[in-house]
Design a binder for this molecule. Structure first.
Ligand SMILES: [Mg+2]
Length: 402
C-alpha cells in the first residue's frame, strides 16, 4: 500500500509575514535580515527581490549591487513564530502524523485518510490562504524524500515575481522518472562541494546516480552507497516522526558543589557531557540536528541557547564543537557558574545524507562505533581522552554528575 505524504512549505515566510503586517511592502523588492549598510546576510528575500537575483544567505552588500532599491526590514522572531504556530496548528488538524521541520516547513502523513493526498493538500492550502493569509506550496508523493524534492522543484519553476503557491504531485510509481533528469544537487543532503566531486566523476543528474554501479560508490560512501542509490531511484523509508518523537531530546547536565569561573574546566565538563549524549544517541539509533546548552550562574540566573546544525549528528566531536561555541558566545566572564548542561534535540534516525565523500566523517563514525563497543564491554570509564583524565581528578572535587 502506497503511503501518502505531503510536504508543506510557506512561500518566503518572513517576507510574507512582513507584507501581511505592512501591505505597503507588497510587490516591492525587500529583504528580511541584513541592512542598507551592506552588513549581514539576507534571511529571506521577497519574490520581487528574487527577480533581481537576490536570495537568502546572500551578503547584503551583494544584494544591494543587484538591486540598489532593495529595502530591508526586520521584526522580532517572536512575531514570526506566532504565525508559524498558527499554520502548524492548522496542519495538526488533519493528522497526528505531523512533523515540523522548521519554522515554515512540515511533513504530513495522510495515508490513513480516505481522500487523495492531492485534494487534502488543496484543502489545506486554501484554508491557510483564508485563515492566515499566507501563501504555501506543497509537494505530494509516496515518501518524504520525493515530496520535498517535488515541492522544491515546483517552486523553483515559478518566476512570476509573486509567491509560487503551487502543489506538485508525483504519482505513485513515477518517482524515479521524476527524479532522473534533475541536477544531482537537487538530491537532499548533496551540497555544492559534494555535487562538484560527483560531477567530476561523471555523475550529473540524479538519474546518473541511480544507474551507476553501486561498487563505484562504495569507496566513497561505504554502507551509505546502497541507500543513496535507492534514494536516487525515489525509494525512501524515512517515516514522518510525530511531534512526540521529534520533541524528544537527549541531554546531560552537571551541578557543581562549588561554583566555577574556570573556562578550561567548564569546557572539559562540556566535552564529557557531549560524549555521554553522543554515546546515548548512538546506542538508541538516533541523531539530532539541534544542539543546546544550559548555563546557570551562582545567583540562579539560567539561560539556554541553541544552535541548529542543518545536519543530523550523533558524533561527540560535533556536539562538543557546537556546545563550546554556544558556551563561549554566551558566557559572562568572571561570573561563577553553578550548572552547565548539553543537549541534542530534533531527533531522527541518523540516515545522514550529510557530507558524503566526507572521509573524515566516515573515519569519525567508525571510531565512535569502536569506542562504544569498548564502553559496552568494559564500562563508560575505560575509554577516556588524555585531556579528560586530568579533568576527572578535578571533577571528583568539584562536581556531581547528573
Ligand atoms: Mg519556505
Amino acid at each position: 500500500m502506497d503511503r501518502k505524504i505531503i510536504h508543506v512549505d510557506l512561500d518566503a515566510f518572513f517576507c510574507s509575514v512582513e507584507e501581511l503586517l505592512d501591505p505597503s511592502l507588497i510587490g516591492l523588492p525587500f529583504a528580511v535580515g541584513g541592512n542598507t549598510n551592506g552588513r549581514g546576510v539576507v534571511a529571506s528575500a521577497s519574490y520581487a527581490a528574487r527577480q533581481f537575483g537576490v536570495h537568502s544567505a546572500m551578503p547584503s552588500n551583494q544584494a544591494l549591487l543587484l538591486c540598489p532599491q532593495l529595502k530591508f526590514t526586520h521584526r522580532s522572531h517572536h512575531l514570526y513564530s506566532e504565525y508559524s504556530d498558527k499554520v502548524m496548528s492548522i496542519l495538526r488538524d488533519y493528522t497526528p502524523l505531523f512533523q515540523q521541520m522548521s519554522v515554515d516547513e512540515a511533513y504530513l502523513d495522510v495515508s490513513d485518510l480516505q481522500q487523495s493526498a492531492e485534494s487534502i493538500a488543496k484543502q489545506i492550502q486554501a484554508r491557510i490562504d483564508r485563515e492566515i493569509k499566507l501563501s504555501t506550496s506543497m509537494g505530494v508523493a509516496t515518501n518524504k524524500l520525493v515530496a520535498k524534492i517535488a515541492n522544491d522543484y515546483g517552486k523553483s519553476r515559478v518566476h512570476t515575481g509573486k509567491a509560487p503557491h503551487v502543489i506538485t504531485v508525483i504519482e505513485p510509481g513515477k518517482e524515479a522518472e521524476f527524479l532522473a533528469p534533475l541536477d544531482i544537487q537537487c538530491m537532499l543532503g548533496i551540497g555544492p562541494k559534494t555535487a562538484e566531486k560527483m560531477r567530476s566523476r561523471g555523475i550529473q543528474t540524479i538519474g546518473d546516480l541511480a544507474t551507476i554501479d553501486e561498487k563505484a560508490l562504495t569507496p566513497f560512501f561505504g554502507n551509505y552507497a546502497l541507500e543513496l542509490k535507492e534514494k536516487a531511484m525515489g525509494i525512501s523509508h524515512s517515516r514522518v516522526h510525530s511531534e512526540h518523537d521529534s520533541q524528544k531530546s537527549c541531554s546531560n547536565e552537571t551541578t557543581f558543589h562549588s561554583d566555577s569561573t574556570d573556562i578550561n574546566f567548564l569546557l572539559e565538563v562540556l566535552r564529557s557531557q557531549a560524549e555521554k549524549v553522543g554515546y546515548r544517541l548512538r546506542r538508541d539509533g538516533l541523531a539530532g540536528s539541534v544542539v543546546q546548552i544550559k548555563l546557570r550562574y551562582s545567583d540562579f540566573t539560567t539561560l539556554t541557547r541553541q544552535k541548529a546544525l542543518g545536519i543530523l549528528t550523533n558524533l561527540d566531536e560535533e556536539i562538543y564543537t557546537a556546545a563550546a561555541e554556544l558556551f563561549l558566545n554566551n558566557l559572562i566572564h568572571g561570573r561563577p557558574v553553578r550548572l552547565i548542561g548539553v543537549g541534542v534535540s530534533n531527533l531522527d534516525s541518523p540516515h545522514r545524507q550529510m557530507a558524503l565523500w566526507d572521509d573524515a566523517f566516515q573515519e569519525k563514525a567508525k571510531l565512535a562505533v569502536a569506542i562504544d563497543s569498548l564502553k559496552d564491554r568494559y564500562g563508560n570509564k575505560i575509554i577516556q581522552r588524555a585531556s579528560q583524565l586530568k579533568k576527572d581528578k578535578e571533577f571528583r572535587h568539584n562536581g556531581v554528575d547528573d
